[in-house]
Design a protein around this ligand. Structure first.
Ligand code: AMP
Ligand code: MG
Length: 494
């Protein structure tokens, strides 16, 4: 890289502290794996800010060493690469899956003391690849990088992206595409589907071990509670309800909420055909393969409950030795979900509207705004950001009588709050983002990277997404929705 500073050619250093606890679980849960040798590795993007948080430093690596590291040509000291086994309900149908194009390098101990998974996506075939090639294309890997980092900046639990490196090889999808490897960081890769896998095998012994593993990793406060499995289920449910409410509050459409894409940790995981909604519509779908709208924006909360029911089913044999009692317990817990979700959603919506106190009519006030937005095809993000601005709203549709009536009602409601209006607006701007990864801006950044090897567009976008609530100098460029998003389609991130 630079001539003046001596860079290390040893990619194994950088501060790794691996403790691969998953490999100490029974072998049915994983298979040893080895990242494929590739032709011409090259780093596209490296997340130094995230590395700092993880106690890692890649600044001293030569570009060649970094490229070898982030394509798995050189394995970091202490890593023990495996592919994880799991099943999943995909669009409602049950299938055996597993890491077909992902390899867990190992679990790294952060300066805060916790463990995080370091995983490659697109690093070649594993025992679970079935007919797939185990590879990934540059576009979808950069897309995951952008959206996951945007979600993190919005404060929404998510896996993170440490690096994307190209392989110098071609992957064949609908057309020939540049191959790439994403390095993903996750609280863990335990999925609802991991439990379904053991449930399907009727392996109660390993199921108990996996629940203990998950509790130790994500819910340590449950280690010694009575009815541990039941409480574990409720805790997972609580995090899913909270997570999906966060998605709804920013208009995030995951796109492929199969049970293998539901993380036990409560993080958003597996960014495939996801996208942010522009104009508010409950039926919003972006994924080209989601023809029936199973995973539409408005269905996400209910699908969350459906997915949790699959987790509950898998846990039945260890929930209670009596099957009828186990089912009753699971149903009791699942029955709490709708109210739990509503609580998170209403609390978030109150904040979006600047309401620090609670009044019985708030729910109706919220709904009236959403109803107007849907009929006026109002942009979700712009509407809330405009309401958070001290100047009167000037966006499309805001002169309509229906909106004006709602606005007057809202102003009256705000007058019963303690805080002065300026403070309320200020608080609203901390929860209503100005900048989201708008589809056309994401596509523009990906096209520049893929077609011209120009990453400047992507870096500029990432900089804006890093402070979504602030009026950064470059902000104007990223505010407006696309002229017409009616036909926008995302394709499965393979
Ligand atoms: P996803 O849609 O990314 O959640 O993947 C669903 C399943 O398909 C997972 O088991 C993946 O590992 C597998 N898969 C996706 N793409 C590939 C590929 N190119 N090669 C092998 N397996 C794949
Ligand atoms: Mg997946």
């Amino acid at each position: 890289m630079t001539g003046s500073t001596e860079k290390s050619t040893d990619s194994r250093v950088a501060g790794w502290r691996f403790d691969n606890t998953y490999t100490r679980l029974p072998e049915v849960l994983f298979a040893p794996a080895r990242p494929a040798v590739v032709k011409a590795p090259k780093v596209s993007i490296l997340n130094h800010a995230l590395a700092d948080q993880l106690g890692l430093d890649f600044r001293t690596l030569s570009s060649e060493a970094a490229a070898n590291l982030f394509t798995g040509q050189d394995l970091p000291t202490g890593s023990l690469p495996i592919a994880q086994a799991y099943c999943g309900h995909q669009y409602g149908g049950f299938t055996m899956l597993g890491d077909g194009r992902a390899i867990l390098l190992g679990e790294h101990r952060t300066p805060a003391g916790g463990l995080v998974d370091i995983q490659f996506k697109g690093s070649g075939p594993t025992r679970y690849s079935r007919n797939g090639d185990g590879r990934a294309a540059l576009g979808p890997m950069l897309r995951e990088y952008i959206i996951s980092e945007a979600m993190a900046a919005l404060g929404i639990p998510t896996t993170r992206s440490l690096a994307v490196a190209t392989t110098g090889e071609t992957v064949h999808r609908l057309m020939a595409l540049p191959g790439a490897v994403l390095t993903r960081v996750a609280a863990s890769h335990l999925r609802v589907g991991t439990f379904e896998y053991l449930g399907a095998r009727r392996d109660e012994v390993t199921l108990r071990l996996l629940v203990d593993f998950a509790i130790d990793r994500h819910y340590p406060e449950l280690a010694d509670v009575p009815n541990k499995v039941f409480e574990f289920f409720r805790a997972v449910m609580d995090r899913q309800a909270a997570l999906i409410a966060r998605w709804q509050l920013v208009g995030f459409v995951h796109g492929v909420m199969n049970t293998d894409n539901v993380a036990i940790s409560g993080e958003t995981i597996d960014y495939g055909p996801c996208a942010f909604m522009n104009s508010y519509r409950l039926g919003t779908v972006f994924s080209s393969i989601d023809r029936n709208g199973r995973y539409a924006y408005g269905n996400q909360p209910a699908i969350g409950q459906w997915n949790l029911a699959r987790l509950a089913e898998s846990l039945l044999p260890i929930l209670n030795p009596d099957r009828q009692q186990a089912i009753a317990l699971a149903n009791d817990a699942l029955g709490e979900y709708p109210a739990l979700f509503e609580r998170y959603w209403h609390a978030g919506m109150r904040k979006k509207l600047g309401l620090q106190t609670e009044e019985p009519d708030d729910v109706e006030l919220i709904q009236a705004l959403l109803d107007w937005m849907e009929s006026a095809k109002a942009d979700f993000t712009t509407t809330f950001r405009t309401l958070a601005s001290p100047s009167p709203p000037t966006t499309v549709g805001c002169h309509e009588p229906e909106f004006r009536a709602w606005h007057a009602r809202w102003q009256l409601r705000l007058s019963r709050e303690q805080e002065p209006l300026t403070r309320i607006h200020e608080l609203m701007r901390t929860v209503n983002p100005a900048v989201i990864p708008r589809n056309h801006r994401v596509e523009e950044a990906l096209a520049a990277a893929e077609e011209r090897d120009d990453l400047s567009v992507l870096h500029r976008l990432l900089a804006a997404l890093a402070s979504p609530f602030d009026a950064t100098p470059d902000i104007e460029r990223y505010l407006a929705p696309p002229a017409d998003d009616g036909d926008y389609r995302t394709f499965c991130g393979t």
